[in-house]
Design a protein around this ligand. Sequence first.
Ligand code: PDD
Length: 281
Amino acid sequence: RIAYVNGAYQRHTDAAVHIEDRGFQFADGVYEVCEIRHGFIVDLTRHLNRLDRSLSEIRIAWPMTRAALVVVIREVLRRNRIRNGLFYIQVTRGAARRDHVFPAEGTPSTLVVTAKRTDASLIARKNAFGIRAITVPENRWDRVDVKTVGLLANVLARQAAKEEGAQEAIFVEPDGTVKEGAATNVWIVDGDGKLRTRHADHGILRGITRTTLMDVAASIGIDIEERAFSVEEMLAAREVFITAATSICFPVVAINGKIIANGHPGSVSQKIREAFFDIAE
Ligand code: PDD
């Protein structure tokens, strides 16, 4: 495997950043994960637009022009011969002697691009049988709309899910409303058959898959309501599913050990998944 690190294509096993990189010391950086399907990058423009927003929100300059970054991404995909997989972009505020305040003007930011193949059979299995989730108290900062690499709360939540035999952890506010998963957005088909997902403010990441899924739902005549729902509503829903660039859309068939509906993946999430790739560009 080959990775891009600060201007050079390197063997993945040898690729490294400096020990004083601010991504390592302060989680002072942002990232994107994007899917490649049949050699085609899904929603590249939207992912780059969000990267631009994340960078500007935390005041990191683009490490190169957007056009140059696209060239690097395509070269990493070519060198790794990826036709179905994911790529990862990380930009940090660079390497400098440890100090909380920003480094001196002109300190180059760090850019890393990696890519890997996805396990198609694992994804097919999750789609066919659904996944299990747990709920966990929201304990992240109040700017999770910025896609930073500061993901410790998400890491601990996912690990807690794994230790309970589940694949996703869903963050819940003290008032009982659902935020999002550790690395996914959460959707329900409620008792009235309406498709619902929480409104996107500073309290969740505005998922690219979430945005494109709204276009998909509209194109096949499914109404969406962007409104918060409670854990009780989620447990009583006809369908629950999660979305992210890594999975597009996985049905959730059990939460905290309670079976959702009849315990099988629902028809709405299946319909949306099938229509997704006709719309995504
Ligand atoms: N995570 N919410 C959170 C907290 C996320 O980390 C992600 C994505 C999403 C879904 O966003 P999108 O549809 O743009 O992938 C929602 C990536 C995939 C990750 O951390 O691996």
